[in-house]
Design a protein around this ligand. Structure first.
Ligand code: SF4
Ligand code: SF4
Length: 483
């Protein structure tokens, strides 16, 4: 029998939804802040400028270093050009990226979240604009509480205009990866670009403005799956941003701490100034221990180090550390760090092996390829003189950025005559075909065996295409069928 649910019991777990508490993160200076500025400048420069970097691939291929060429089904990345058949390289790339993320997590927790994730980088940028226009934490809190004025309206208009400008440029940069950037910029400026380009710019302007301007830490806390995944992946040796409570507690003001120590009573180094909370972009108190909301950005470390320096106490009351060391220090033992352990070795080894395989296959891959499709109906035709003919659709792939001439051989049918429809050119009975640069060429190929040839009902044959100039060849297998 089902028992009735007592609503009073439900309240014990608290509400399933909590309204957002606006975070007024304060500016801070220090090592981790500088690292974040440096990485932000690097990531944004790469994102905004990369489409304009040129890479000479000859007259028949685009000269944009990084380009996703949908109309021609190509992906260009500096010296690498990938065709649709080579999509498995992306699988390798995804494996390497996932393992790199796991490795970062095993070494330093959510380094990705704190320093490199686009949500963090753009939110940081939007915070910087907000501080520039509206002032630092206290000023922003005061202004939000004050009566609305014309001056305030001007500030808010300026802030949102700058945010929209950044968001618009972010969307604009995105579409430049899908067409020749300088040409597309001109087309966009003169309203001659394809509609889909404007549509994507609009979508990305909206998402950037919303996610970085308004949703901010909520994306990390509620929308992104990585915090949950990383919580399952981490272990006790990973170095996370940690409040060293062994040193900080019992927290008390600097003056009281001095008095307590003078009396021989314990006093921690934490002076309860809440600077670590004020600078936190997710608005949490790291002194409450590890929390899902913490993106491990290290800004609370900078804030606390500044306080400790002013007080003449050693820095690193908050630091990249783990609970093992806290317990060891409480027991009077020395710190111990294990960056090299089975999981970091396994992640690094997978990255190295998959990376090496990808590099090797890229360096040795053939720039010439062939695909063969046997005619379905009829499978074979008996000619009036008794010979038998099979027809195939053969696709030649020239991945070079220049013209080349190739010859076609059929292996497995010694007496067969090979004819390429539309190409009479041949030397010593071998048809040769001109292939355009960076192109797929499809041709009909007729293979005929003389009357009385001793063949099985179905004979395996290989179509071999060879560029005799560079001794490069490729082959595809099919069958020759008797009627
Ligand atoms: S608690 Fe510290 S490391 Fe974590 S998000 Fe806040 S400032 Fe960054
Ligand atoms: S900044 Fe340092 S001293 Fe101040 S409250 Fe945070 S942990 Fe304590």
């Amino acid at each position: 029998m089902n028992m009735p649910i007592d609503p009073a019991n439900l309240a014990v777990d608290g509400p399933l939804y909590a309204a957002r508490r606006k975070v007024y993160s304060q500016s801070v200076s220090g090592t981790f802040r500088n690292v974040k500025w440096g990485l932000m400048a690097f990531c944004l420069s790469v994102y905004y400028l990369l489409p304009f970097v040129r890479w000479d691939r000859g007259p028949h291929a685009p000269s944009q270093a990084v380009l996703v060429d949908f109309p021609n089904s190509r992906f260009y990345f500096f010296f690498i050009e990938l065709w649709p058949q080579e999509v498995y390289y992306f699988t390798g790339l995804l494996i390497v990226a996932a393992m790199a993320l796991f490795l970062m997590n095993a070494i330093g927790g959510r380094i990705w979240c704190g320093y490199l994730c686009p949500q963090t980088v753009w939110t940081d940028l939007f915070y910087a604009v907000e501080r520039l226009v509206e002032g630092d934490r206290r000023e922003r809190i005061r202004k939000d509480k004050a009566r609305f004025s014309l001056r305030r309206a001007g500030e808010l208009t300026t802030k949102h205009a700058l945010w929209l400008l950044i968001a618009w440029w972010t969307g604009g940069a995105w579409v430049l990866y899908f067409a020749d950037a300088p040409t597309l910029v001109k087309e966009l400026a003169t309203f001659q670009a394809p509609f889909v380009a404007y549509l994507w710019i609009g979508i990305l302007t909206f998402t950037t403005y919303t996610l970085a301007g308004f949703m901010r830490e909520q994306v990390c806390t509620y929308m992104c799956p990585w915090p949950r995944i990383q919580a399952a992946l981490t272990d006790e040796w990973a170095l996370n941003v940690t409040y060293r409570y062994d040193r900080g507690e019992p927290r008390t003001s600097a003056k009281k701490a001095d008095d307590l120590r003078a009396k021989g009573l314990p006093a921690g180094d934490c002076v309860d100034c809440a600077q670590c909370v004020a600078v936190c972009p997710t608005g949490i108190d790291i002194r409450n221990g590890a929390q899902l909301e913490c993106i491990m950005c290290g800004l609370c470390i900078d804030a606390c180090d500044n306080v400790m320096t002013k007080l003449g106490r050693p820095p690193s009351l908050i630091a990249y550390d783990n609970d093992i060391n806290i317990k060891r220090r409480l027991e009077g033992k020395a710190d111990i760090y294990r960056l090299v352990r089975p999981r970091t070795i396994i992640y690094a080894a997978i990255i190295a092996v998959v990376g090496a395989i990808m590099l090797y296959t890229l360096a040795t891959r053939s720039l010439l390829d062939i695909n063969v499709l046997h005619d379905r109906n009829p499978l074979a035709v008996k000619l009036s003189d008794g010979s038998v003919r099979n027809a195939y659709t053969v696709r030649f792939l020239n991945k070079q950025s220049h013209y080349r001439t190739v010859v076609l051989d059929i292996e497995g049918l010694p007496a067969a005559r090979v004819q390429v429809v539309g190409s009479d050119a041949a030397t010593e009975g071998r048809p040769y075909i001109a292939l355009g640069p960076d192109k797929t060429t499809e041709m009909r190929v007729l293979v005929t065996v003389p009357p009385g040839a001793q063949l099985d009902k179905s004979t395996a044959v290989h179509f071999r295409v060879t560029d005799t100039d560079v001794r490069e060849s490729a082959a595809a297998r099919d069958h020759f069928i008797l009627p």
